[in-house]
Design a protein around this ligand. Sequence first.
Ligand code: HEM
Length: 477
Amino acid sequence: MDIFIPYLFFLLLLPFSLYLILFFHKDDSDDASNLPPGSKGWPILGENVDLGLLGLSKFVRDRMEKYSHDVFQTSLLGEKVMIFCGAQGNKIIFTSDVAPWLPLSLQKVLLPDALAMFRNFQYDTLKPEALRQYIPVMDEMARGQLAGGGWRPNSVVKAQPLINKYTFELSCRLFLNLVDPERLRKLSDPFAKMRNGLLSLPIDLPGTAFHRAIKAGNMVRGEMLSIVGARRKEMNMMVEENKGGEGRDLLSKMLLLTDEDGKPVSDKKIANCFVSLLLASYDSTAAALTSVVYFLAQLPHVYELVLKEQMAIAKSKAPGELLTWQDVENMKYSWNVARETLRLVPPSPGTFREATTDITFAGYTIPTGMKALWTPHSSHSNPDYFPEPDKFDPSRFDGSGPPPYTFVPFGGGPRMCPGRVYAKLAILVLMHNLVTSFRLERAIPHEKMVLQVAPLPTHGLQLYLKPHYPNSSPASH
Ligand code: HEM
């Protein structure tokens, strides 16, 4: 319901604003240009309502049919936007002179400079050498969550909130060493509200999702600032007492950073950076995992093959021995299942760019400064690249897999997601623990997925969990 409130508000204002806009404003900027075809939709509203009603995948497919399979124009979130489609469109975006751009709603809620700092940090913490050490921690946390959390055997559970909890706590533990349940709760409650308003219309009035998201974003940043401040104090004390203490996690490493003048980077900047990083790492990974579990519970033949692979790995380990990098490397079929899930239900709808030079593509000219959007949906559902695109078929990823620029859940080029290996590990480690503990059955056989910011099951993904080992606690085998 939340997502409709901004639209209702606009509908009330519509007659008056239409009069003013149509009277004072005629956008004839396209007349002399060579822009791609498309529709600007309603004044101010643009095509946001269509997008909200159709979902991104259908919105894009319909317009590709109507206007162009390569690139079309629309108006979203208050901006004229060119949507690049297919493998060629993806390639142009990933290889041209374009800069990242955030719509106003994201800028206001998130702060635009936040990720730039993390990028400059070279993603040390996301490189394979660092990630290797994360695997046992991930495994331990997954086991802990299955044994002590809400994953009750022989009962119906809502898997999606449990997966969210695992993913959120994992990021907090690995990046911030944050494990205290009260602090985690203080961070995760407003965090959920913040993310719900990220792609809302930027109307900052009481009652709108956007207004709530800004308020929640301030709370999240405030809580994060206090976490960063506490750690700074702790580190200063340890240095005074010659106890070392630096560099144990990403937060400690960031606190040692200096700016161009050689001064320590401010706690506020670091806190903002972590809020963005949590959002990037938690949201997409949780959505991907939820979709993976959704398909595992729906497709018994796929589940059986995953179980066979995961049981072979479990049996090769000593009792209680944690997973290693090599074990994850051996989860080849399971990773194909995860990739096929990312193809069918990409967690990220794509990202915006701004042209920094004129771009010529498919006979059109996209001028400097114009906003652009690439979206995985346009190539992921194309039968030329993926025959029978609606069919769940992990064998598409056998051998060298799909052609370049067709499978792009993590984007591509210089801005490609730096967390993709982390995501792979987090997904496979939980998959291993879940599948080797339980048979998964849908409690609501036809529970659907709906697209909000990310794809979500309508009833929280209700599953019946049947343990393989009725007399032992899950994940203790
Ligand atoms: C299945 C999980 C994930 C998916 C599908 C995903 C997808 C994406 C996509 C599509 C982008 C934009 C790429 C572009 O604009 O070309 C992105 C950017 C980013 N992702 Fe991920 N991501 C996932 C998990 C993660 C994780 C686990 C982390 C961190 C640990 C992370 C950190 C980031 C960051 C920092 C950026 C911004 C990169 C930049 O602007 O240079 N992501 N991700």
